[in-house]
Design a protein around this ligand. Structure first.
Ligand SMILES: [Zn+2]
Length: 486
């Protein structure tokens, strides 16, 4: 972190640790104890540089250290950020990870992890760990598979052409059964049925020993109609209260706002979730047909929230970070950086030709990079870019060398973490709007970035991947698809 942001943070480290979030939580129903046991608090250091920008700089304190926010939280589904080890996480400066309750319950089993000393010890990561509740799998293994859609539509449609969410023709079996009591899941590993409800989800997350847990919820599909979305939201509210009843008081707990892309349901869910004594608030569920819908949903929800920390579940492309932070999101998690890295998509900054049109990515497996001696991004300081060329990564990818996964994942995570670092710095300096314009501004996508990189790199258009990310499979744009591929 650079000087201005760290100055602000250092000054406030000495302040009362019972920060804004606990005061907000206590004001909900007068709860006065528990904050110390959880060791959890959130302090907003700076908020809202100008009209319409609600970006905030903060510190999340947990029993396993602090998280400077806004923060991108990499996903460690099976207690591992895929292809990386503890030393990679440390050298990348990863502050926190998010692991998956459902998958760790199935393998190796949460009881085993508890016996072995908990998740931090098991995966040798001593920073703050979030766990989700398993509620997302109610969607991803259920309607997500059946409709073959992600949280945001089936694919991101081109907003200029206009479109509506449609079920993908390649539907698969729905592997869940949702009842008032909980969710039955059919395991992809052994075909056995497993059951999760608020009580079991809380017990599993307690066994894992994560710092911040999620209430058990039902994430709905963008194809769910109003009536079903309302029914699922009301069920989620009942499960939220049960989650509060059964959760381990040593763990901080986030409630999850549902309601799909229906404004009145989002308003109702925001009001309900905020009225409960959660430590933090997460925004989940279907986020509409495209990214514009997602922004609209955030605009409906966030202005109604108090100072408790806000987490946006399962979202995290470069432009999402800007749009989410601008609206007041504090933490994000997403499998995208490591998942797309494994499929050949590597991030590049605007200086290297990255723009919204190419999603700030090159497709390193494309033939044009076979003899390219340049690093992925000449402006990147990650270990991969310091030593290796695009040609070498092209070769590793096509030769199916295992080292490709590690080198590519390191670069993509480094990109996301450094981007978030510069976002924090810009909030501290009051220049968030300028930074956002440099990355997403009207003039930048396409034209200006080409000029910059032509001038600075002397490169031709082969640096750009105008066709966008050419991921394998029919759902290249999915943010959160089959979570076993996380
Ligand atoms: Zn790099």
């Amino acid at each position: 972190m650079t000087s201005r942001a760290s100055e602000i943070m250092e000054k406030t480290h000495l302040e009362d640790p019972l920060a804004d979030s606990n005061k907000a939580r206590e004001s909900v129903d007068g709860i006065k104890d528990g904050a110390e046991a959880r060791g959890f608090s959130f302090q907003v250091l700076k908020e809202g540089e100008s009209k319409g920008i609600r970006a905030r700089l903060g510190i999340l304190r947990t029993r396993h250290g602090i998280v400077e926010t806004p923060c991108f939280v990499p996903v460690a589904t099976l207690a591992s950020v895929r292809s990386l080890d503890y030393s990679d996480l440390a050298s990348l400066g990863i502050q926190s990870v998010l692991a998956n309750t459902y998958h760790l319950h199935l393998r190796p089993g949460d009881e085993l992890i508890r016996k072995l000393g908990g998740l931090h010890k098991f995966m040798a990561f001593d920073g703050p760990i979030f766990t989700d509740s398993g509620g997302f799998q109610a969607f991803s293994l259920g309607f997500g598979r059946e409709h073959n859609v992600s949280k945001i539509g089936g694919v991101f449609p081109d907003p200029d052409k206009g479109s509506s969410v449609k079920a993908h023709p390649l539907r698969r079996d729905n592997l869940t059964k949702i009842t008032e009591e909980g969710v039955y899941f059919k395991s992809l590993q052994d075909g056995e049925w497993h059951f999760l409800n608020p009580e079991t989800s809380m017990r599993i997350q307690s066994n894992l020993g994560s710092d911040a847990i999620m209430a058990f919820d039902e994430c709905t599909s963008p194809l769910s109609d109003y009536d079903y979305t309302k029914e699922a939201m009301e069920r989620t509210h009942r499960w939220a209260q049960q989650s509060l009843k059964f959760h381990d008081p040593k763990q901080a707990i986030y409630g999850i706002i549902q309601g799909g892309w229906f404004e009145d349901l989002r308003a109702e869910s925001t009001e309900f979730t905020s009225s409960q004594p959660f430590d933090g608030i997460a925004i989940g569920g279907s986020l509409g047909e495209n990214k514009q819908d997602m922004h609209k949903i955030l605009d409906w929800v966030i202005p109604k929230l108090d100072s408790r920390p806000r987490h946006l579940l399962g979202i995290g492309d470069a432009d999402d970070l800007f749009e989410g932070v601008e609206r007041g999101i504090d933490t994000f998690d997403c499998v995208s950086p490591t998942r797309i890295a494994r499929r050949g998509s590597l991030y590049i900054t605007p200086l290297a030709g990255g723009c919204q049109k190419n999603k700030f990515r090159i497709d390193v497996k494309a033939l044009r990079f076979k003899e390219d001696p340049r690093p992925i991004d000449p402006y990147c300081s990650c270990p991969t870019c310091q030593r290796y060329s695009r040609a070498y990564l092209w070769h590793l990818y096509h030769a199916k060398e295992l080292s490709y996964f590690r080198l590519a994942s390191i670069h993509n995570l480094h990109f996301m973490l450094r981007l978030m670092e510069s976002i924090r710095e810009s909030i501290a300096q009051g220049t968030f709007r300028e930074l956002k314009e440099q990355w997403l501004g009207k003039a930048l996508p396409g034209e200006r970035s080409k000029e910059v990189s032509r001038e600075k790199l002397g490169c031709d258009e082969s640096i750009y991947d105008e066709s966008g990310c050419n991921e394998s499979g029919s759902n290249g744009d999915r943010v959160c698809g089959d979570d076993l591929d996380a």
